[in-house]
Design a protein around this ligand. Structure first.
Ligand code: KMT
Ligand code: NI
Length: 174
C-alpha cells in the first residue's frame, strides 16, 4: 500500500498520478478517518469483522471478465466522486487498484494504491472514488452488516446537510 497526493494530470484515471512525489505515511490517513492495514490474513479480517459487527461478506471481481456486460457502467460509477452512509471495507485478495479520498481541507485527492492482502476502511461520509490501475483487475472481499446497500450518493452541494456527511466532517475536525 502507498498513499500520496494525486497530481490531477489529464492522464487516464488508471495511470499512477504520482508526479507530486508527496507521499503520506499510512498513519496520516487517520486524519481523514481512513484506516489502512497491510499484510492482513483472513484471520485478521475475521477479527475486524467481529469487532465492528460485520456479519456478512462477499467477493467482487472488478475486471472485464468479472463484471461482464456491466463493466463500463460499474467502472464509471466507482470513479464518480461519492459518499456512502456506511463504511466501505475492502480486503484485497488479488490484483490492485486506487482509492482516491478527499484531503482534510477538501482541496486535493489523496490516492491510495491497494494491493494483495491490504485492508482499507473508508469511513461513512467521506468523498471518495475508485479506479483500477494499469493491470485492470482486482478481487476484493466486501464486508457488510446486514443486506449490502452501499448506495453511492454522488457529490453535490445539498449533501453537506446529510447527517452522515456532517458526522464525518465533525469527526475529522476534532
Ligand atoms: C466500491 O464500492 O467503490 C468498490 O467496491 C470498488 C471496488 S472494490 C476494490
Ligand atoms: Ni464508494
Amino acid at each position: 500500500m502507498r498513499a500520496y497526493y494525486h497530481d490531477e494530470s489529464n492522464e487516464h484515471p488508471t495511470a499512477r498520478h504520482d508526479s507530486t512525489g508527496e507521499y503520506l505515511d499510512l498513519n496520516a490517513l487517520k486524519e481523514v478517518g481512513v484506516l489502512a492495514f497491510v499484510n492482513q490474513s483472513l484471520e485478521n479480517v475475521d477479527a475486524i469483522a467481529l469487532e465492528r459487527g460485520y456479519v456478512a461478506r462477499d467477493e467482487i471481481r472488478v475486471s472485464k471478465e468479472g463484471l461482464g456486460d456491466g463493466y463500463e457502467a460499474k467502472i464509471k460509477a466507482f470513479y464518480e466522486e461519492h459518499l456512502h452512509e456506511d463504511e466501505e471495507i475492502r480486503y484485497i485478495r488479488e490484483g490492485s487498484g486506487y482509492f482516491d479520498v478527499r484531503s482534510k481541507d477538501d482541496s486535493r485527492w489523496i490516492r491510495i494504491h491497494v494491493e494483495k492482502n491490504d485492508l482499507i476502511i473508508v469511513p461513512a461520509g467521506i468523498y471518495h472514488r475508485f479506479t483500477l490501475d494499469s493491470k485492470n483487475a482486482v478481487r476484493a472481499v466486501r464486508l457488510f452488516k446486514e443486506a449490502p446497500k452501499w448506495i453511492a450518493l454522488p457529490r453535490e452541494p445539498g449533501l453537506e446537510t446529510n447527517p452522515y456527511r456532517q458526522q464525518y466532517v465533525s469527526s475529522i475536525s476534532a
